[in-house]
Design a protein around this ligand. Structure first.
Ligand code: 5AD
Ligand code: SF4
Length: 352
């Protein structure tokens, strides 16, 4: 189902991303908001975020956690800490949580995720929804984690254009576009609700490539999308190209237009208002919700570790704890007149 009524061509989508007709753009946002309300209701769903570990075997050229960055103090949360954050999500009625981590494929890591997922399910009598975001894994690993109780998985394609993908990753088998694409298929086969996404405003990226990303999401029929502006990090190779990216205002505007267009293309799915949007504008996430997004992921990491999970510079709320983060989000959403689906999974309504 899509509210366009037809599948738009890439050119048409690219036109929506670039038009300077302010009235047309406000019409786009209004249509997307109406589509969200019609297909998904008025509520926004929360997923408490656990940043499990910043240890990563990859070396993505844009990310502050890349393995070559020796300035990062690497950490791994203790089991007890993970359970107490999970219990925070449970007691505060978030409905779901996300376990995110740098990528690792060693057996110890794989077993640990399985154990954590099982235990969190048990602690919440099976009611807390669990999303994983732990990178590329073998199909059996995805199956094992699904059987343990995780039911959604986020794996961003970063860019659906293989040429651009190659420009922003090292040229080696650990960073293969084809493998990443294959992983999205393994996840679907394993039974997950599958989420993906891209960065917006990357060096070398064109509006036609972003339009292609939207059609890619539609084509692989995803359940969830998390996408946001690319943000510079001074300890990464892509920082050298910081003069070749759109202004912060333009990157936020592009991100909001991407959200709105996707809501019209895929009205039943979950679309996140991402933290990266909040970096460019304190109310960036609320604006994304008014442009069609319906999910927010409040960070539950303790201040002592937030400092070390900086995938980009200027990550907001570094000194806040889970409770402060929650109260800020609740206040901002209330001020914008947006209601929250407490204790609900709020899964995508898509039938495949
Ligand atoms: N700017 C914006 N998003 C980034 N990510 C990684 N580095 C950056 C950056 N510099 C995103 C990627 C990754 C997710 C965990 O964070 O899309 O999938
Ligand atoms: Fe690792 Fe993810 Fe950062 Fe790439 S984007 S370096 S996989 S944490």
């Amino acid at each position: 189902m899509d509210v366009f009524g037809y599948l738009p061509e890439k050119e048409e989508l690219a036109h929506w991303l670039t038009t300077e007709d302010a009235e047309a753009v406000s019409g786009l946002f209004a249509a997307a908001l109406a589509a969200r309300k019609a297909y998904r209701g008025s509520k926004v769903y929360l997923r408490g975020l656990i940043e499990l570990s910043n240890i990563c075997v990859k070396d993505c050229l844009y990310c502050g956690l890349r393995s070559s960055n020796r300035d990062v103090q690497r950490y791994e949360l203790e089991d007890e800490k993970v359970y107490s954050e999970a219990m925070f999500a449970w007691k505060e009625h978030y409905g779901s949580l996300v376990i995110q981590s740098g990528e690792r494929t060693d057996a110890r890591f794989v077993d640990r995720i399985t154990r954590l997922v099982r235990k969190i399910k048990e602690l919440s009598s099976g009611r807390l929804g669990i999303t994983l975001s732990c990178g590329e894994q073998r199909p059996e690993v995805y199956r094992e984690w699904f059987e343990a109780g995780a039911h959604r998985y986020l794996l961003r394609i970063e860019s659906s254009d293989p040429d651009l993908y190659r420009k922003i990753h090292p040229d080696n088998p650990k960073h293969s576009f084809d493998r990443r694409l294959a992983c999205l298929g393994y996840l679907r086969d394993a039974g997950y609700k599958v989420g993906t996404g891209v960065m917006i405003g990357l060096p070398f990226q064109t509006p036609m490539q972003l339009a292609g990303d939207l059609l890619f999401f539609k084509n692989i029929d995803v359940d969830m999308v998390g996408m946001g502006p690319y943000l510079e990090h001074d300890r990464t190779p892509l920082y050298a190209f910081r003069n070749r990216i759109p202004s912060p205002e333009r990157r936020l505007d592009l991100s909001l237009r991407m959200v709105a267009l996707l809501r019209l293309l895929m009205p039943e799915i979950n679309i996140a208002a991402t933290t990266a949007m909040q970096v460019l504008d304190p109310l960036g996430r609320e604006k994304a919700i008014m442009a069609g997004a319906n999910v927010i992921m409040p960070n539950m990491t303790d201040p002592e570790n937030r400092e070390s999970y900086q995938i980009y510079n200027n990550k907001p709320g570094l000194k806040d704890d889970a409770a402060i983060t929650k109260s800020r989000i609740v206040e901002n959403l209330a001020a914008a007149g947006i209601s929250i689906g407490w204790d609900e999974w709020g899964d995508s309504q898509k039938v495949h």
